[in-house]
Design a protein around this ligand. Structure first.
Ligand code: C5P
Length: 403
């Protein structure tokens, strides 16, 4: 990893907390990255963490003695958690076990790491590491949500092979990612979208035919979720009006679950009332059954016709009441893409439109990549194939130029 990427760690005081997880071996590398980037690192370990990585390793890498006990048993010298809490510019707990996260939530103070956490006045980052079922457990998820609400930052774990032999989400984020996360956090730069509120619509709507069947489409919601994630990362408040999707709500984002186009319309209009702008990424049904049967339709011998009526165009409605706010739309076309996209730009009063064509390999539904063009009133920019989160970054970059 190029060290110049870590620009904000020079002479910063990082209190690195290590807890008892197999991922503790990665704390050694993390410590080294922080020290190499110029940070002064002190390491506080839980008693169990010593079983996973030796204090000698951590002391050598951090260039400071390791802190584990409340006092030095040899001479009675107090290891002051209060002083550590005041000393630190950032407390980073990596790995953070389910146990430590739970104790942080409850304010339990039975080791030096926890008393230091309770005394810390600085930003706190946790990098969870645990088995996939422990991570997914409602107790852990609720604890993480509580910590987040209290302002603790979470370096999300990744998916992959776990020490248990199982595979899933719970693997501690890689040391390079965590170091970058802390570097970003300590950057003096104000987040570019702080104080702004955006609505994002995402996913597919569901139009019921009867209590069992519905009309929907292939949208996975990935692009809209990537946009919500990026907006939140840049400090915006995000209302994510989400149709059906299998995706987890991005942290720090307020998700409003809806099913039908009509429900999405109401939720989007309500959220837009207090917003600075909206990105219309949802694949909204254009037609919905005129009648919804209250009992399951029985099959007969002949054909069945379902009469459909038009749904409301959410984007056009927000566009009509825009009042100088920002509106970004999407267009997915199979032919005459540019012509249709430009017509939509006018009709729905978008500031710009993101055009994805189903013709391009790697673009469109379900996948993790997308190839789009950004079209505004002055012209068109064709972007190469990239991941949906990179595309989201480019879209938000463009959005910021309109603010
Ligand atoms: O007209 P078309 O459906 O192709 O327009 C696509 C754009 O309009 C997308 O931004 C989509 O989210 C939005 N849209 C909407 N409500 C509808 C239909 C489309 O917000 N009922």
């Amino acid at each position: 990893m190029a060290q110049k990427e870590l620009e904000n760690l020079g002479r910063r005081h990082i209190l690195l907390g290590v807890t008892g997880s197999i991922a503790a071996y990665k704390a050694a590398l993390l410590c080294r990255l922080l020290v190499t980037a110029g940070a002064e690192v002190k390491v506080v370990m839980t008693p169990l963490a010593k079983q996973f990585i030796t204090p000698l390793t951590m002391a050598t890498l951090s260039k400071n003695p390791i802190l584990v006990d409340f006092f030095n048993p040899e001479n009675g010298e107090w290891n002051s958690h209060v002083k550590l809490g005041v000393w630190a510019d950032c407390m980073l707990i990596a790995p953070a076990t389910a146990n430590t996260l739970a104790k942080m939530v409850s304010g339990i103070a039975d080791n030096l790491l926890l008393t230091s956490y309770l005394s810390a006045r600085c930003p706190v980052v946790v990098a969870p590491a645990m088995d996939l079922d422990m991570y997914a457990h409602p107790a852990t998820q609720q604890n993480l949500a509580t910590l987040l609400k209290r302002g603790v930052h979470v370096a999300e774990p990744g998916e992959g092979e776990l020490a248990s032999g199982l595979s899933g989400k719970g693997r501690m984020a890689e040391p390079e990612e965590i170091a970058r996360f802390v570097d970003d956090l300590l950057s003096e730069k104000k987040k570019s979208l702080e104080g702004k509120h955006f609505v994002v619509t995402a996913g597919a709507t569901i139009e019921p035919i009867d209590p069992v069947r519905f009309i929907s489409n292939h949208s996975s919601g990935k692009m809209g979720y990537a946009l919500a994630t990026e907006l939140a990362r840049r400090g915006a408040r995000v209302s994510l009006v989400s149709g059906r999707t299998a995706l987890e709500c991005p942290r720090g984002v307020d998700r409003i679950d809806v099913l039908s186009a009509e429900e999405m319309y109401r939720a989007a209009v309500e959220a837009f009332a207090t917003a600075d702008g909206a990105i219309m990424c949802a694949a909204v049904a254009d037609y919905t059954p005129k009648q919804v049967a209250d009992r399951k339709l029985k099959k007969g011998d002949g054909e069945l016709n379902i009469e459909l009526k038009r749904t409301r165009d959410i984007a056009a409605e927000l566009g009509a009441h825009k009042n100088g706010r920002l509106l970004v739309g999407f267009a997915l076309e199979t032919h005459d893409e540019e012509l249709h996209a430009e017509a939509k730009l006018q009709k729905k009063n978008f500031d710009f439109i993101v055009l994805n064509s189903l013709r391009d390999a790697g673009a469109g539904f379900r996948g993790d990549t997308n190839k789009v063009s950004l079209i505004d009133r002055t012209g068109r920019e064709d972007l190469p194939l990239m991941t949906k989160s990179e595309v989201a970054g480019r879209i938000i970059d463009k959005l910021e130029t309109f603010l």
